[in-house]
Ligand binder design. Sequence first.
Ligand SMILES: C[S@@+](CC[C@H](N)C(=O)[O-])C[C@H]1O[C@@H](n2cnc3c(N)ncnc32)[C@H](O)[C@@H]1O
Length: 432
Amino acid sequence: MSSGATPRAVAARVIDAVLNRGRSLKAELAQALPSLPDPRDRALVEAICFAVLRQPARYEAALSAWVPRPLPRRDSELKALLFAGFAQLDPLALPAHAAVAATVEAARALGRKHQAGLVNALLRRAQREGIPAGDAHAHWPRWLRDRIAADWPQDERAVLDASAIEPPMWLRVNLRRQTREAYVARLSEAGIVAHVEAEWPEALRLDEAVPVAALPGFADGDVSVQDLSAQQVVQALSPPHGARVLDACAAPGGKTAHLLEHDPSLRMTALDVEASRLERVRANLRRIGVVADVTLEAADAADTRTWWDGVAFDAVLLDAPCSATGIVRRQPDVLQHRRASDLDSLIATQAQLLDALWPTLAPGGVLLYATCSILRAENEAQIAAFLTRTPDAVAEPLDERLGRIAGAGRQRLPGEQGADGFYYARLRKRPL
Ligand SMILES: C[S@@+](CC[C@H](N)C(=O)[O-])C[C@H]1O[C@@H](n2cnc3c(N)ncnc32)[C@H](O)[C@@H]1O
């Protein structure tokens, strides 16, 4: 492990980029982590960044209380380092003396030797007095909090609370390779404790996340990392054996891979509008060793003239681009980047995708609409409007374990059954 200053400096740069330069946490981590050879350093950077982005407003409030004048913009990196220091004390509860010393050292590594004394003084104060609790959800944009309150008046608090805590790590065992019990035994040999999800035969839950490289057989596709809500898509779509299936928004390919793992006889077309993201679908399929009949194409699914050969699909999965409001616990930076105006364009894109893809579905076939959103406008209202303008579409009931009834579909709120917030609607095209 490094001296400790390097990961703190790396974390500060990532946090600064996300909070002050509109960058995505995932993208910044993907760029920054490979520079750290020690996996423990990488894990520390991730832990610090997530902890800060789950409650930046609380740290901001502490800083405002302790520093007489707001730090100027040019000190945004320093502020990010201070937040990184606060997070190590609370909630990460790292040994305080070492954490403070390494963070002060990181100020020097960032070329801020002249501010090392300030970092030391503020972190010592945080250590002595504790960081005031404040409103843990103050960093939610007002418009989004209002929407959640309007959509889920009984559950608003539960949604915010569940979105603020570290989620479990869900695994999907590849049952073509081994039984779930056999895989649990392999995990146990590797010192990893897994809980069996009784009702879902492939699912395992780890209370503490581990790097994928620590999962036995991960590189060979014996297991995948996938939230329970995402795993349930395959059951909700249930394409017939050997069906011609379209996965319209496929990248990074978690559900494409799951569908084929379940039934390698499916004839799959997987699209994504972002060619670079499609590479990840390819890598995912390679990892699980899919040798099935798969066509991967970079295309705008809504522009069917560019990619569709006119032969109808038996089943269509539309895992639509959405506000990601059901997975804030996994992507806390969603709250930094999401604007109210994005929502209007997402809703328009979802409607356009539904309308464009419906003609590609064979009579008697099923389209599954899925989102990781908890907003009614993207989910039940979207589907209600689609059903009104599409006379040959009929909503079908879904397994009650997928969440509460929400219009024609089912909604799971974040944290329910330990899973991500998710919406499913199963739409059958009337047979001719
Ligand atoms: C929710 S993610 C899909 C996750 C994926 N199904 C999985 O399980 O790994 C939505 C995806 O839709 C893609 N996308 C957005 N608009 C699209 C469009 N018009 N046509 C095709 N793909 C689109 C995005 O690039 C993104 O990869």
